[in-house]
Design a protein around this ligand. Structure first.
Ligand code: GCO
Length: 260
């Protein structure tokens, strides 16, 4: 056995990471992955009980986790959470804007209230939470990391998910806007664009034989992705390894966009 020194490049020891929407799905996998890389993670969701369950699961694995339930679309609730962390001397070094919902309906049938709900949750929330986080990163002078979660729909349209597509396209450009404004403060803002991933949010698509066959035939990997397959990119974008990478969206999609 060689005694190789471990590289500090991807080490998140001493860092605190807030992952929004992390009680389940991709968010949970990312919280688990960042904690495994050494970060203290804060799990977030809208419900106290599901957040507490996720924290308990992470702690049972020996990971450093705490939880805080709040609605990422509620500016006052987000401000209150950050004010509490200020009081508790908790500084968010890494923010993963992951919270998201899906609502599938043709645009001609889509109610404005449903459009608004999807835009608020998938796009506006990233602005609200990042604004609080970045203000503090800038004031501390320590820099920081923001990882926004985009989608294949940041690049490609698909029928019935118009509001989601508009929001995820917005995430790509909001990421660039964040980089433009915050890079000088040593904040790197990047995004991950997951491909078709096996999550609760996609359960209806996974169970739809036609859709499942389409995912497998349109993707050169011929399969769905697993939430944990996003972890490597998240750790990279949350760590010193990406200190000069800014405003990018990295697609973790099995090659789907490469053959579009
Ligand atoms: C859907 C959406 C998403 C996709 C994802 C791919 O219909 O639900 O297409 O959930 O899985 O956006 O990046």
């Amino acid at each position: 056995m060689h005694d190789r020194p471990t590289t500090p490049l991807f080490d998140l020891g001493g860092r605190t990471a807030l992952v929004t929407g992390s009680a389940r799905g991709i968010g949970f996998a990312l919280a688990q992955g960042l904690a495994t890389a050494g970060a203290a993670v804060i799990v977030n969701g809208t419900r106290d009980d599901t957040v507490a369950d996720a924290v308990a699961q992470l702690r049972a694995q020996g990971l450093n986790a705490q939880g805080r339930a709040f609605d990422v679309t509620d500016e006052a609730a987000v401000a209150a959470a950050f004010a509490q962390w200020d009081q508790d001397d908790v500084a968010i070094d890494i923010l993963v804007n992951n919270a998201g919902i899906q609502f599938r309906k043709p645009l001609v049938d889509l109610a404005l209230s449903d459009w608004q709900r999807v835009i608020d949750t998938n796009l506006t929330s990233a602005f609200i939470v990042a604004k609080e986080a970045a203000r503090r990163m800038i004031a501390r002078g320590t820099g920081g990391k923001i990882v926004n979660i985009g989608s294949l729909t940041s690049e490609a349209g698909r029928a019935t998910v118009g509001a989601y597509t508009a929001a995820k396209g917005g995430i790509k450009m909001l990421t660039r806007a964040m980089a433009a404004e915050w890079a000088a403060a040593n904040i790197q803002a990047n995004a991950i664009g997951p491909g078709y991933i096996l999550t609760d949010m996609n359960q209806a698509l996974i169970e739809n034989a036609t859709f499942d066959a389409w995912v497998k035939s349109s993707n050169p990997s011929q399969r769905w992705g697993k939430p944990e397959e996003l972890v490597g990119t998240a750790v990279y974008l949350a760590s010193a390894a990406s200190s000069y990478v800014n405003g990018q969206i990295i697609y973790v999609d099995g090659g789907w966009l490469a053959v579009l």
